[in-house]
Design a protein around this ligand. Sequence first.
Ligand code: PLP
Length: 459
Amino acid sequence: MTPPPMGNSAAARDIASVLHPYTDLKAHQETGPLVITRGKGVRVYDDQGKEYIETVAGLWCAALGFDNERLVQAAVRQMRALPFYHGFTGRSHEPMIQLAEMLLERAPAAHGGRMSKVFFANSGSEANDTAIKMIWYANNAWGRPQKKKIIGRVRGYHGITIAAASVTGQAANHKAFDVPLPGFIHTMCPTYYHAGLPGETEEAFSARCAEELEKLILAEGPETIAAMFAEPIQGAGGVVVPPRGYFPAIQKVLRKYDILLVADEVICGFGRTGNYWGSQTYDIEPDILVCAKALSSSYLPISAVMVNERVFEALATKSHEIGTFGHGFTYSGHPVPAAVAIETLKIYDEIDIVGHVREVGAHFQAELRRRFHEHPLVGEVRGIGLIGAVELVEDREARRNFDPARKVGAKLVKIAEAHGLICRAMVLDSIGFSPPLIITKPEIDEMLDRFGRALDELA
Ligand code: PLP
């Protein structure tokens, strides 16, 4: 395939050399990249100098915006003091210890009491794969080697390494990659908008979701099911907000059959939903909690897996029997990203990130609904705190989405770009919003003004 003649531009060099994640690779050879060169606050700038508001904070992650000097300095200081060390065979260093302490101090209530220990990885996917391996290891330690199946949810997203992609419940991550692996099963997506029955309350719908889960467990055999993974709000699946009473109902079923619950807080952690954790917003008491992204405001890659006392005890017992816990990345707890994460958490405390999100999030949610709820192309507006979505539909009455082949969401994203917005279209043409957590009310208004103009142009 010959790239369009663009000389020696960054775009031409990109087309000639980069294999992009999450991209239509063939179409990209014609359309080329959007090359971003710098950022300031909630805005980024392309190589032509054009300015955009980043409505998704990159990938739901640059929580402190795109130019936080304190995070830069934290990295520089740590690079000078100790640019690398690791945690294998009991070696340690201060940033890893301090970050683990800070996460445990801030952790939500866990099933059986509190979170006990923290394991570090580099990405959400690695953290979820780690959680799966820990769960299998723990079940071996508990003498029930047959209890290994993992439940995910349709439209759930947990990453792209082979096990994480297997828990994920999205078509693009599955068939063409020969995923999911055997032993990974999926229960229904709790979308009240699409799956709620006429006259059914949210509570009754939640009860039905829990019944469906129990049916699946019984059909598979409870003695074969080890754990369920759930995002407090399904993010990449289109910002699916759980219906009232959903997680308490789900947890009741899981506890009945001694099935562990993993809260995937990769998007929802660190204030996004108006509490420090999505688990606190939705009454989740997980056995294991996974976080990443806003942990370091994504200035450097780092993720964490927190486990409760019961899980830790099992890992400790089995590793003692074998002689080692044979899992860990070269960069687990790398001191430089750990130092950046420590500084990030300190900043969250100083600026009261949760209070800020509650205040501007209430404005964001009210404006999102006021401006777009009645729009002829919008079926549902949903969200909480600083996460939200507008779902585009062909028929509002019938709640019927556009034919995916028409790529209506992708078209809107392109129009929005011209209006100075970087947006993201997800499952069922849901346009997700997850701006940097530092966004102000005037910036929210400016973002929604631009989005409204783009939506009107699409109509
Ligand atoms: N879990 C959730 C909820 C996510 O949203 C993501 C990424 O968006 C991941 C896991 C995977 O994280 P990563 O892309 O860092 O591997």
